[in-house]
Design a binder for this molecule. Structure first.
Ligand SMILES: Nc1ncnc2c1ncn2[C@@H]1O[C@H](COP(=O)(O)OP(=O)(O)OP(=O)(O)O)[C@@H](O)[C@H]1O
Length: 264
């Protein structure tokens, strides 16, 4: 099986130090420290409940919206304090888009799905909107499939097409980062392969952090991988490194057991 390419010169985009997260009194993440490199695909792997989604949600401050969720530790993004309470969170989420497991198009036309966030961020000229709609649909390989029905409901698209539309909608805002939470797991195998190919093509232009339970997929597309585990009832990062190293010569025995299928 092919392993993901390694990034040439790693340049830190997120620097995360001693990140912990509690839901009320229940710890979900404990002392997570790692760097995420610009332009690379980083896969987060590990068994259910080890805090991968919680970790992802701290990176665009979605955790702010969860009552009783407390985050401690340091997250630097582009050398700025991402946890600074004065930070403009709307702008942060423009820079750091999120794609969810289940595609969530708005119940609007294909065109309006992409235009809506653009209009919210101040782009209103129809020529500019049309150009962006075409560009991002081409970027996700959907243009030829939908160019004759841009004003039809997005809900009539297949699951895989809906997921590519959601990625196009995120790309329209010209993010630096895409956070992807199991973006293929709700799709049939063919659609999943199409979305996976798309993610691979986006590597280099965007920094991508993807949570996946599909180890073969992580191995195929990621440059770096982080392995999470539950230890003393909280999620923790056991090992982080180049994808090939994590899968072929893991330093930790738990990582080896997980990637070889004997644990998790
Ligand atoms: N909003 C919440 N309130 C309370 N507990 C939560 C909340 N979200 C997650 N948890 C708990 O935090 C822990 C980590 O959950 P999280 O979803 O981050 O793990 P995960 O590794 O992404 O799991 P999965 O692979 O199943 O999606 C789990 O024990 C979960 O039950």
């Amino acid at each position: 099986m092919q392993t993901g390419p390694s990034c040439c010169v790693p340049k830190t985009l997120f620097s995360i130090n001693n990140l912990s997260l509690n839901y009320g009194s229940k710890p979900a993440l404990k002392n997570v420290t790692l760097d995420i490199y610009a332009g690379c695909i980083t896969a987060l792997i590990g068994p259910s409940g080890c805090g991968k989604t919680s970790f992802l949600s701290t990176l665009n401050r979605l955790t702010d919206m969860i009552p009783d969720c407390q985050v401690t530790g340091d997250i630097r993004f582009n050398d700025s304090d991402l946890r600074d309470p004065r930070l403009d969170v709307l702008n942060l989420r423009r820079d750091i888009g999120m794609i969810f497991q289940k595609p969530v198009p708005f119940p609007l036309s294909i065109r309006r799905n992409i235009e809506l966030p653009l209009r919210e961020h101040g782009t209103n000229k129809s020529g500019e909107l049309n150009a962006i709609v075409q560009q991002v649909l081409q970027d996700v390989g959907l243009w030829d499939e939908v160019k004759d029905r841009l004003d039809s409901s997005a809900l009539a698209l297949s699951g895989g097409q809906q997921q590519r539309l959601c990625i196009a909608r995120a790309l329209a805002l010209q993010p630096k980062v895409l956070l992807m939470d199991e973006p293929c797991s709700a799709l049939d195998p063919l659609s999943s392969a199409v979305v996976e190919d798309l993610i691979k093509r986006l590597q280099g232009r965007y920094t991508i952090i993807i949570v996946t339970h599909n180890l073969a997929q992580a191995k195929r597309i990621a440059n770096y991988a982080g392995f999470f585990w539950v230890s003393e009832r909280a999620g923790c990062l056991i090992e982080f490194g180049q994808c090939q190293q994590i899968f072929e010569s893991p330093a930790h025995e738990l990582t080896a057991a997980y990637v070889n299928g004997s644990r998790g």
